[in-house]
Design a protein around this ligand. Structure first.
Ligand code: TYD
Ligand code: MG
Length: 462
């Protein structure tokens, strides 16, 4: 009789260890191993002790790809253009899409809206929620456009019940909100534990593939920003979408981290309003329109995947009473800020050593690319000197470029698209690294600061 086995699974990377260890042998993180008890699958446990060499199944016949019949699926369009675009043109039947994001970001709102649109377009849908009661879901749906109120809904946490319902109802598109709240009764461990999450995703995947159901699986992210539960989920699903932004801010971005049926380059921008999420199709226009001309503001010509986006980077430099002074940033990487401040001080004559430095990407957008360095540097330089970038120029100064450790400005991807986007909004010249044809090309950070800040005595900043 096979007995349940106890394994230790890393909650960060999903690696398994034979016993409890302080440090995960897979990813090297400390204190991430958790104990999981596994009930053996019927008949499976026998294999472990058997001889490895003797096959236990009949051989299958491999087929040349040219002989394989390619099934061309008609995708389900969700009616939310930004979502469809990030998915690569809609939901593929039988595919599993994992949507991750921190609590309150709008995952339930986005998936409810998508289902409402699909339901309105005559598709069979099902919304499974383990988080909220049916009446709570109704209250949200009342605020949403489309046929959100007509979506068949199931408030349930038992995995077997959910699978049975899926099998009986055979929806074309289903939302499971969230993978951490479902519970497989035959496994020990609380809902949301590594083993449970993996089992839930695995069994839903198998049913979805067999019945051609497109499933949107909602997942929470941990404090560190990783999709909660193990990364093993990412291997299991076809597509991983990340919904980002800050709860208190209006703008949110949706990007694909993995996509078997499309590129991972596209980014959708949304705004949270009273009536749900609204797509922001021309995000650059919004952000440039909102940009101030004050000291400490720079417009970054960023790339969000394959799409150029103009965003405002703001900085505040103020005398500090703390040792060490504060370095606070929103929307950019903290280490990147430290690097830019060091290069500014060492190579461009802008020292912030004893001042607090705050940097913020306006609108709650996150820019994770080296091309943002120059905008951060110029915003800080402008704030430190108390002078607006570009002097009296009528439009804000735009820029992009990576800052190197020796003070040089390095080129980044797609200079042409960034420049074209900046020009579209009348931002000219654009301070850019050498090789960005059409921009105000500068070789070093010092030269960039000189070009962007009018030559005035520094005394005014004091
Ligand atoms: P929700 O979708 O429940 O977030 P998640 O499922 O990711 O945890 O909702 C996010 C927030 O959005 C919530 O605080 C309420 C707000 N909201 C609006 O501002 N307008 C709306 O129309 C809806 C439905 C929600
Ligand atoms: Mg939710």
């Amino acid at each position: 009789m096979p007995r349940p086995t106890t394994v230790h699974v890393c909650s960060a990377c999903g690696a398994e260890a034979p016993r409890w260890l302080g440090r995960c042998p897979g990813c090297g993180e400390w204190n991430t191993l958790v104990e999981e008890t596994r009930a053996p699958a019927a008949g499976a446990a026998k294999g472990r002790g058997g001889t490895a060499a003797a096959p236990r199944a009949a051989a299958a016949k491999p087929v040349a790809l040219s002989q394989v019949q390619a099934v061309r699926h008609v995708r389900h369009t969700t009616g939310i253009n930004e979502l469809d675009r990030v998915l690569g043109g809609g939901l593929v039947p039988g595919s599993l899409v994992l949507i991750g994001g921190s609590p309150g970001i709008g995952k339930s709102t986005l998936t409810s809206m998508a289902l409402g649109n699909l339901q309105g377009a005559g598709k069979r849908t099902l919304y499974v929620s383990g988080e909220e009661s049916a009446s709570q879901i109704r209250l949200r749906a009342e605020r949403l456009p489309g046929a959100a109120l007509d979506v068949p809904t199931l408030a349930e946490t038992d995995l077997d019940t959910v699978l049975a319902t899926l099998d009986a109802e055979r929806p074309e598109v289903c939302v499971v909100d969230s993978v951490q709240t479902l519970h497989a009764a035959d496994l020990t461990g609380a809902a949301g534990s590594v083993g449970q999450v993996r089992e839930v995703a695995d069994r839903i995947t198998r049913l979805a593939k067999a019945r051609d159901i497109a499933v949107l699986l909602v997942g929470h992210v941990t404090k560190e920003g990783a999709l909660a539960g193990p990364r093993v989920l990412e291997h299991l699903v076809d597509c991983v979408l990340q919904f980002e932004g800050e709860r208190e801010r209006t703008y949110r971005t949706l990007r694909a981290l993995k996509n078997r049926f499309g590129s991972t380059n596209d980014v959708g921008v949304f705004e949270m309003r009273q009536g749900g999420l609204v797509e922001v199709e021309d995000a650059s226009a919004r952000f440039v329109g909102e940009a101030t001309r004050a000291a400490g503001s720079a417009v970054l010509a960023a790339m969000e995947g394959s799409r150029p986006l103009l965003v405002e980077v703001q900085a505040l430099v103020s005398p500090s009473e703390l040792v060490p002074p504060r370095r606070v940033c929103n929307g950019i990487d903290r280490n990147r800020l430290a690097l830019v401040l060091a290069v500014l001080a060492r190579h461009a004559g802008v020292s912030t050593g004893s001042a607090d430095v705050f940097v913020n990407v306006a609108g709650g957008v996150r820019v994770d690319e080296p091309g943002a360095d120059l905008a951060v540097a110029l915003a800080v330089a402008s704030a430190a000197r108390g002078l607006p970038l570009g002097g009296d120029a009528p439009r804000p100064v735009a820029c992009f470029g990576e800052v190197g450790l020796t003070g040089e400005l390095r080129s980044v991807g797609h200079p042409d698209r960034r420049l074209a986007e900046a020009r579209k909004f009348g931002l000219d010249p654009v301070i850019a690294p050498v090789g960005s044809e059409g921009g105000a090309e500068v070789p070093t950070l010092r030269a960039a600061v000189r070009a962007a800040l009018p030559q005035q005595p520094r005394a005014r900043a004091a």
